[in-house]
Ligand binder design. Structure first.
Ligand code: HBI
Ligand code: FE
Length: 293
């Protein structure tokens, strides 16, 4: 049952071997950050660490504490990686911005998380399109200190290399979107957030758990892989897991059969659809116009 995640990391379909790919890992250039850059980090960190209280899942908050994240300056990836590596074997490497899918998957498969080395400008405090160091580090890195989530991310990277061979990266990318970026988790205390796209956005952090507008639906692998998503606004549907154990178990499998089913089925859901068979936590009113998050 683990073929998807452990097989060949090379890919024979025209992209060559990973070792021949251009090197996307960049210098963080930590000493080049200006005091304005560090001030942006500090302002974002102060604001968002208040907002995530009571809204982020416990594992995420534990990660923030475990990594001893510095509120006052942009983290140094090499330093932070020492603590992270000791916990789960993950490290944070710097990239200049978005990198192509295959090297992205390859890095995850090697337990290297690519984080943007730049930070947004003061006028972009609420929204930025490209993943910067605040999104990547504040949003993604804390959960990499959780052993189960750490395994999930590695498995996702390996699954990505495999999906490339099936021509199903679009489907697998939706899984990443609706879990790693925009996932919710039902915990004892209530509905909580684990998705980094939410946790790095002050507006969406409140919206995702408090608004009546979006749908909240139990995660189903095939359903998620058939669902389009919005990149220009808050999500209209969030998918909810029970636990990281559940997430890992559902996805630590050979997706070959699932991909065949999805191709045969040819169903696509819109971002605001409720599908037959959905386990619905809350059905949204969808009557909102947020503008950009
Ligand atoms: N590159 N730096 C960076 N960060 C991402 O989150 C990222 C990427 N390249 C591709 C990508 N994400 C997605 O297309 C994959 O989830 C499919
Ligand atoms: Fe992200």
């Amino acid at each position: 049952m683990k073929a998807d995640i452990v097989q060949d990391s090379g890919n024979p379909t025209g992209h060559g071997r990973p070792e021949d790919w251009p090197k996307y890992i960049a210098d963080q250039g930590w000493e080049n950050y200006t005091s304005e850059d560090h001030d942006v980090w500090k302002a974002l960190f102060e604001r968002q660490s208040e907002i995530v209280k009571g809204r982020a899942c416990q594992e995420y908050l534990d990660g923030i504490a475990a990594l001893e994240m510095d509120q006052t300056q942009i983290p140094n990836f090499a330093e932070a990686s020492k603590l992270l590596k000791a916990k789960t074997g993950w490290e944070v490497v710097a990239v200049d911005g978005l990198i192509p899918d295959l090297p992205f998957f390859q890095l995850l498969a090697e337990r290297k998380f690519p984080a943007g080395n730049f930070i947004r400008k003061p006028e972009q405090m609420d929204y930025i399109e490209e993943p910067d160091v605040f999104h990547d580090f504040f949003g993604h890195v804390p959960l990499l200190a959780n052993p189960i989530f750490a395994d999930y991310m590695e498995a996702y990277g390996k699954g990505g290399l495999k999906a490339h061979q099936h021509g199903t990266i679009t489907n697998l990318a939706r899984l990443y979107w609706y879990t790693v970026e925009f996932g919710l988790i039902q915990q004892e205390d209530g509905m909580r957030i684990y998705g980094a796209g939410i946790l790095s956005s002050p507006g969406e952090t409140k919206f995702a758990v408090e608004s009546d507008s979006p749908n909240r639906v139990a995660l189903d692998l095939k359903r998620v892989m058939q669902t389009n998503y919005r990149v220009d606004d808050f999500q209209q549907t969030y998918f909810v897991i029970d636990s990281f154990d559940q997430l890992f178990k559902e996805t630590y499998a050979d997706f070959s059969k699932l991909y065949e089913d999805i191709k045969a089925d040819n169903t696509e859901y819109a971002p605001d659809d409720i599908a037959d068979g959905d386990t619905v936590f809350t059905r949204g009113t969808q009557a909102y116009a947020n503008g950009k998050k």
